[in-house]
Design a protein around this ligand. Structure first.
Ligand SMILES: Cc1cc2nc3c(=O)[nH]c(=O)nc-3n(C[C@H](O)[C@H](O)[C@H](O)COP(=O)(O)OP(=O)(O)OC[C@H]3O[C@@H](n4cnc5c(N)ncnc54)[C@H](O)[C@@H]3O)c2cc1C
Length: 385
């Protein structure tokens, strides 16, 4: 049986970035992930991702996903005023709206072109034996490796098999639909509402995505009665101008979108990256950045660990703790900045959680200017060392 240097479980942006970096350095890398199905949400890529993509040799992936430039964000949050954040004032420059399936595929192909091998199966069992990992696939085979990477996204299959607790923040469900873009503004739009918050952006191929983020119970209610979606849209001030409820939208897709994190980001010869390690609410627009960042930093820590140097491994885990704290602080302050519906269940739950979390934080010295939910303005959380 072949023993791989590194087995990467997951072929999302985190798994692909990590695999590419390791394979390029001559390590034997096997990616295990079932073929992708279904439409993917998550198309806003902040400008700060550019240097990461460049360092990973993945700029071509942006072109292959027909990324459209995004020059700013508009948000109506905390008041009816529409506030614009123009990326011209952002040191990271403009962001992009991606064709997400194409982006993920381009990253995956780049990893394969660097020498990684793909096994298109699910992981079923994981055990450690004689200093090696033995991983059982859904086709019945067992693969062996020296190092194991948990990159399976929110399903965090490896962490579950290793019995590492995964903590969930307040649940959030995102209901997304895609329709035709009728040439509206290319900027993203975020608008809060009494039941949660809306988001819309143009995506490549003259399409537009429209998302509503709500509590789990309300999402289930809308799924049972889809006409509620149009009713809620009609109550918005800006979103309804951009997204006509009567035009041809796809069926609603529901995604778990709340924050979550692993109690430990790694251990003996294993490491978690991307959403598996730390999942963030879409309000932050940091998921892809986090996936690329942890993919790169995780790969560097893994290469060092395989040479017997554990310093980067420890450093990686402590950095992720800081990222999680900064993410929490930003998210709580964003929610605190919307006070128009204090008695509505969505906002009541968010405000209560925010107060608890902010009280737990030692450093909450942020100004409210930093708290507007521009959906791509938080990247400094991860970019600061
Ligand atoms: C509604 C919504 C909107 C979002 N919007 C944005 C946005 O605008 N901008 C942004 O930056 N981020 C956004 N995100 C977050 C972003 O999509 C994620 O952070 C990103 O996809 C994480 O990448 P990943 O590689 O860690 O995980 P994923 O992309 O989820 O990849 C996980 C991989 O693991 C594989 N896998 C799962 N289970 C198994 C198993 N048992 N065996 C083997 N393989 C397995 C999967 O097949 C997949 O290949 C959004 C998320 C949601 C839910």
């Amino acid at each position: 049986m072949t023993t791989w240097d590194v087995l990467v479980v997951g072929a999302g942006p985190a798994g692909s970035a990590c695999s590419k970096w390791l394979a390029e350095r001559g390590l034997g890398v096997c990616i295990v992930a079932p073929p992708r199905s279904g439409i993917r949400a998550g198309e806003s890529l902040p400008g700060a991702a550019y240097p990461l993509l460049r360092d990973l040799g993945l700029l071509a992936a942006l072109q292959q996903s027909y990324a459209c430039p995004c020059h700013g964000n508009l948000s109506a949050w905390g008041s009816e005023d529409l506030v614009c954040t123009d990326f011209i004032r952002d040191p990271n420059g403009m962001g992009w709206h991606l064709e997400r399936e194409g982006f993920d595929l381009a990253l995956h192909q780049a990893a394969l072109a660097s020498g990684a091998v793909h096994e298109p199966f699910r992981i079923e069992t994981v055990r450690r034996d004689g200093g090696l990992w033995q991983v059982g696939l859904s086709d019945g085979r067992i693969l062996s490796s020296r190092f194991l990477v948990e990159a399976s996204g929110r399903s965090s299959i490896i962490a579950r098999r290793l019995r590492v607790p995964r903590h969930q923040d307040t649940p959030l469900v995102a209901l997304y639909a895609w329709g035709q873009d009728r040439g509206q503004d290319q900027r993203s739009l975020v608008e809060s509402a009494s039941v949660g918050w809306w988001y819309s952006a143009s995506v490549p191929g003259n399409r537009r995505v429209l998302g509503l983020h709500v509590q789990r119970e309300f999402a289930a209610h809308i799924q049972r009665k889809p006409q509620l979606w149009a009713q809620q849209l009609a109550m918005t001030r800006y979103m309804r101008e951009w997204c006509d409820a009567n035009s041809d939208w796809t069926e609603l897709q529901a995604y778990a979108a709340g924050g979550a994190y692993l109690e430990r980001f790694g251990g003996e010869q294993w490491l978690a990256i991307g959403d598996a390690a730390l999942a963030m609410e879409p309000l932050s627009s940091q998921g892809l950045f986090n996936a690329l960042y942890t993919g790169l930093r995780g790969a560097q820590a893994i290469a060092a660990s395989l040479r017997g140097n554990m310093v980067l491994h420890a450093d990686y885990c402590s950095r992720l703790q800081h990222v999680r704290q900064a993410y929490l602080r930003h998210t709580c302050l964003f929610y605190a900045a919307e006070s128009r519906w204090p008695d509505q269940p969505f906002w009541k739950e968010r405000h209560t959680q925010s107060l608890v979390m902010l009280n737990q934080q030692q450093d909450s010295s942020m100004t409210l200017n930093e708290t507007m939910p521009h959906r791509t303005s938080q990247t400094e959380v991860l970019s600061t060392p």
